[in-house]
Design a protein around this ligand. Structure first.
Ligand code: SF4
Length: 450
C-alpha cells in the first residue's frame, strides 16, 4: 500500500437498509472519524468507498449490488459490509463476490472491527488517532435531536419469511451499562428522543439470562423493564420499537403511565390467523393479543400501537385474510403498515404450498390499508381539541413540522403547526390540535388560556 503524502485519507460512505444497518454505519463512521479519516460525499473524491448493504428482500439486494457497481465504476476501491455481505447463493458462494469480484473486502453486518481492519489494510490512517476531533456521541446519521439506540444484535426466532437470523446470528444483548452509557452521552449531546431498536426488543437479556450489570455503581439487570426504568430517568422521550406481545410487556405499562417512557409500542403482529401465524413461526403467536391490547389500553389510555402485517402469505385463504380485517376492527390499532408477501431468497416460507399470485398479494395489501384508514382516522380524531406536546423536526415556510408522542420518525404521521415558524428544530412545544387526516394532525401553538 502506498502512502498519499500528507493528504488526509478520505473514505466515501454509502449506507442502505434499516435502522439497524444505520446504527452499524454510525459506529463505522464514528471510528473512521476518530482515527482521522475524512468522510467524502462523493466517490470520486475519496481514496476508497465503504458500502453498507441490505439483503432483506430482492429489491434491497438489487439496490445494494447497484450501489457497489456505482462505487466500483466511480472510485474502484470498494469495501462491502452489511447484511448482503453475509449472503450466499445456492452454490454457497458469496453473493457480493460473485457479482463484483473486484471488491477489496466483504464482511457481514455488525462487523465494525473487520471493516476497520480492511480500511487500515488498504488506506492506513495518516497519524495517531484524532480522538478529540470526534464528538462524544459519535457520528450519527439522524438529526441532532433524535437517535437510535441499538440494544441487541441478532435474533433467536426463526420466522419462516425472514433470513435475518442467518445473516445476523442469534440474539446477543449489549451489556446494560454500555447501552445506558451511550444513552447518557446522547442525552448530554442534546438528543431529545431515543428510539430503542433491535430485532426483538422484548427479548433483551434472554441470551445472558438477565445477567446483572452495573450502571452508576449500582447493580442493574440486563432486562427490558430495568433498561426502560433507567432510560426514563434521563428526561428524554424513549420510544420502543420491535416489541413482541409477551406477558413481560405488561410490566412496562406502569412506566408509560408514569411518563417515564413514551406511551407507544411498535408491535409487528404480521397476521391474526392462528394457522398463518404458526406457518410464519411468529414469536408470541399463541398469546391472546386482543385481551393483551385491551389490558394495555386500560392501564395506559393514551397508548399508541403501531403494527405491520403481511398480506398474501403462502396458503392464506380469503377467510383467513378476512380474519385479519376483523382483527383490525377489534384491535383498533393506531398505525398500520402492510407488506405484500415477497419471497426472500433462502427463507423457509418459500417452500410452503399455496403460493399466491402477486396480484392477489397486492390486492389484499391495498384492501387492508383501505380498511384501516377509517380506524386510524378515528383514533386521531380523538385528539382534536386537545393540547399535546410535540417535538419539532423541521421548520418551513408553512410553519413547523413536528411529531407527537404517538409518531415515530419516518414511519408514522406528522403534526403540522401552521403558526410554528418561530419554533426551533429539536424543541418540545405545546400545541392545540385543530384537525386531522388519516395520518397527520394539524395544530396551532397552545395559548396560556387553553
Ligand atoms: S423475530 Fe422473526 S422476523 Fe424478526 S428478526 Fe427474528 S426471525 Fe426475523
Amino acid at each position: 500500500m502506498t502512502r498519499r503524502g500528507s493528504r488526509t485519507p478520505t473514505v466515501g460512505f454509502v449506507s442502505l437498509g434499516c435502522p439497524k444497518a444505520a446504527s452499524d454505519a454510525e459506529q463505522i463512521l464514528t471510528r473512521l472519524r476518530a482515527e482521522g479519516y475524512e468522510i467524502s460525499g462523493s466517490h470520486a473524491g475519496a481514496d476508497l468507498v465503504v458500502v453498507n448493504t441490505c439483503g432483506f428482500i430482492d429489491a434491497a439486494v438489487e439496490e445494494s449490488l447497484d450501489a457497489i457497481a456505482e462505487a466500483l465504476a466511480e472510485n474502484g476501491k470498494v469495501i462491502v459490509t452489511g447484511c448482503l455481505g453475509a449472503k450466499k447463493d445456492a452454490a454457497g458462494n458469496d453473493v457480493v463476490r460473485v457479482a463484483h469480484p473486484k471488491v477489496l473486502a466483504v464482511t457481514g453486518p455488525h462487523a465494525l472491527q473487520e471493516v476497520m481492519d480492511a480500511v487500515h489494510l488498504h488506506l492506513p490512517p495518516l497519524h495517531d488517532p484524532f480522538v478529540d476531533l470526534v464528538p462524544a456521541q459519535g457520528i450519527r446519521l439522524t438529526p441532532d435531536h433524535y437517535a437510535y439506540l441499538k440494544i441487541s444484535e441478532g435474533c433467536n426466532h426463526r420466522c419462516s419469511f425472514c433470513i435475518i437470523p442467518s445473516l445476523r446470528g442469534d440474539l446477543v444483548s449489549r451489556p446494560i451499562g454500555e447501552v445506558l452509557r451511550e444513552a447518557e452521552i446522547l442525552a448530554d449531546a442534546g438528543v431529545r428522543e431515543l428510539l430503542v431498536i433491535s430485532q426483538d426488543t422484548s427479548a433483551y437479556g434472554v441470551d445472558v439470562k438477565y445477567r446483572t450489570g452495573f450502571w452508576g455503581g449500582r447493580p442493574v439487570k440486563t432486562r427490558l423493564y430495568e433498561l426502560c426504568d433507567e432510560l426514563g430517568k434521563l428526561g428524554l422521550w424513549v420510544r420502543l420499537h420491535y416489541v413482541y406481545p409477551y406477558p413481560s410487556v405488561d410490566d412496562l405499562m406502569p412506566l408509560m403511565a408514569e411518563g417515564k417512557i413514551l406511551p407507544y409500542l411498535d408491535v409487528p403482529f404480521q397476521h391474526a390467523s392462528q394457522r398463518i401465524l404458526k406457518l410464519m413461526k411468529r414469536p408470541a403467536s399463541a398469546e391472546k393479543v386482543l385481551d393483551r391490547i385491551a389490558a394495555w389500553r386500560k392501564a395506559v389510555p393514551e397508548l399508541t400501537i403501531r403494527s405491520t402485517f403481511i398480506t398474501g402469505f403462502p396458503g392464506e385463504t380469503e377467510a383467513e385474510f378476512n380474519e385479519l380485517l376483523d382483527f383490525l376492527d377489534e384491535a383498533r390499532l393506531d398505525r398500520v403498515g402492510a407488506f405484500s408477501y415477497s419471497p426472500v431468497d433462502g427463507a423457509s416460507a418459500n417452500k410452503l404450498p399455496g403460493a399466491l399470485p402477486e396480484s392477489v398479494r397486492e390486492e389484499r395489501k391495498a384492501r387492508l390499508l383501505r380498511h384501516q384508514e377509517d380506524i386510524s382516522t378515528q383514533r386521531l380524531e380523538r385528539k382534536i381539541g386537545r393540547r399535546i406536546t410535540v417535538l419539532v423536526d423541521d421548520i418551513d415556510e408553512d410553519g413547523a413540522v413536528a411529531r407527537s408522542e404517538g409518531d415515530a420518525p419516518d414511519i408514522d404521521g406528522l403534526v403540522y403547526i401552521t403558526d410554528g415558524h418561530a419554533l426551533e428544530i429539536g424543541e418540545l412545544a405545546e400545541v392545540s390540535v385543530i384537525d386531522c387526516d388519516v395520518h397527520d394532525l394539524y395544530a396551532t401553538l397552545a395559548v396560556a388560556t387553553d
